[in-house]
Ligand binder design. Sequence first.
Ligand SMILES: Nc1ncnc2c1ncn2[C@@H]1O[C@H](COP(=O)(O)OP(=O)(O)OP(=O)(O)O)[C@@H](O)[C@H]1O
Length: 259
Amino acid sequence: MTADGHATLELEHVDFAYARGADVLHDVSLSLAPGETVGLVGESGAGKTSVLRLLLGLAAPTSGRALFDGAPLRAGDRTQMRSLRRAVQPVYQDPFSSLDPRMTVGQSIAEPLRSLGITRDRSRIDARVAELLTAVDLDVDAASRYPDAFSGGQRQRIAIARALAPRPRLLLADEPVSALDTSVRMHVIELFQRLAAEQGIGMLLVSHDLTIVAALCERMTVLRAGRVVEEGPTTRLLTSPSDAYTAQLVAAVPRLPAV
Ligand SMILES: Nc1ncnc2c1ncn2[C@@H]1O[C@H](COP(=O)(O)OP(=O)(O)OP(=O)(O)O)[C@@H](O)[C@H]1O
């Protein structure tokens, strides 16, 4: 909770349907307190990406409420949307399509600083870009190169640097390592761990991979066919799930790290 007791983002009894479609979310409640790391798990089509869209203000609930710092999200409220963009940043699955190939890495990372009106001062931008590249373990000279010079794992770290540029309180990460080679996944997971532990950045991590959720998230929410079937501390859900579907997901993982 914030000093005034609000979650950073919250869904309250949300139903949601795409235009002219059937409901894809039913009575979903979810809250992200400042600094909290939460995993959102469930099979393909369960509604995980739809939850992220609602939390980012890119879609509106059919009923129920989406709240940012305790206030209902209103896509038409430009001041609120700007505050939301500064505080909450998305990280997408595919670092090959999430970076503009025509922009240098430095321009991509600086883009939120300019578009969110944080600064246009060239030397402050350059210093911040260098600081962000260092924070994600890349050389500062990466700033003048283009994304095609980098591997998938490096591109994902560039995308994370860009997400961190406005100093967000919360990252919403949609399958952030599933497009990466197994060999570089751990590096990106360790980066998220460090951001949470050292900078207190909260995270909602969407993943179908419970190993990653176990490594990163204090709590998890299990979504099945648009409904929350179980929610609670990750350790408890992994060791003694009370829902049969959660148990099935846990049993499907060959080897979970000690929790
Ligand atoms: N733009 C859209 N228009 C209509 N229906 C959609 C749209 N996007 C998703 N859906 C439907 O909403 C449901 C939930 O999809 P969503 O992408 O939220 O699930 P998910 O859990 O993120 O799945 P995945 O793990 O495959 O990404 C699915 O039945 C999907 O077909």
